[in-house]
Ligand binder design. Sequence first.
Ligand SMILES: O=C(O)CCC(=O)C(=O)O
Ligand SMILES: [Fe+2]
Length: 307
Amino acid sequence: FTLVNVEPLTVPVLDFSRLNCSTSRPLAVEDIGRACKKMGCFQVVNHGIQGSIISSALEAAAGFFELPSVKAGLASEDVRKPVRFSEGFMHNNNKKRALLKLYAHPLSHWIQFWPLTPVHYREKMGNYAMEVRRVALQLMDAILESLGLGKAYMGEKLDDGIQFIATNSYSNISGSDSTVGLAPHTDHGFITILIQDCDGLQILNDIDGNGKSWKKVLARVPDSLHVHIGDHLEVLSNGRYKSLVHRAVINSHNRISISSTHGLSMDEKVATPKELVDEQWPKKYKESSFHDFLDYIRAKDTTGGKS
Ligand SMILES: O=C(O)CCC(=O)C(=O)O
Ligand SMILES: [Fe+2]
């Protein structure tokens, strides 16, 4: 009941092209800031990524999970090689979510570890990875600006940052109308950009001040990108922008989603800048790197590392 009867999210839609025009940029930056503060997420249209690049990436992801060896839960020859660099959990043992996680930046370094099949997988996913990164970096500039930090606050640190692409395939094996495919969590980077081939993403926030409730993100606006805030942006903004709790629900269809997470490099510490600390906003967070975060989560984990 609580999974199905979830209201759609009325999410602010940002026209990305407004960021590239000096007269409309200040208001667009303000809109982004407001969405980050109130909603923890927003959607982006007119981002310049061709629809065909988005659909090809979703197709490539679906094709990979359809490979007989992957379906059987065996690492295929070309998947086994990147084991050090990608994590894969397949549909075997009745798992509801299959995941292939790809390191994506710098692409010229990581792409050699990506799957070789289906054909054109690397090309299709690589095109999307590069394009979505371009959008992510420009959004991060705007987000920093909305915090009053100035466009160049992070400078090259963002250029050298990480990009993880998580390709997810969900199948409803329980036979029930809907089931949770991915439990509630927040992402660790600054921002995550997500695309999905059908509804399933749900977010938890308090939009009307009536307490937190789940809302579903509709896959309706064609080729729009869903952007949400991760833990490191919460740290950077000293809690002005909160990371967004989200989950994935599987309905009767199989479903594909691709999330691209962007942050600083693994060992670069994210700290709250002094400009964002004052009496009203005392410093709330310890500085940490992506690596520290993962170590902390592993250490805290009570499921024996299987989570
Ligand atoms: O499948 C989804 O919609 C959510 C995926 C997600 O949250 C993730 O990859 O971190
Ligand atoms: Fe996530």
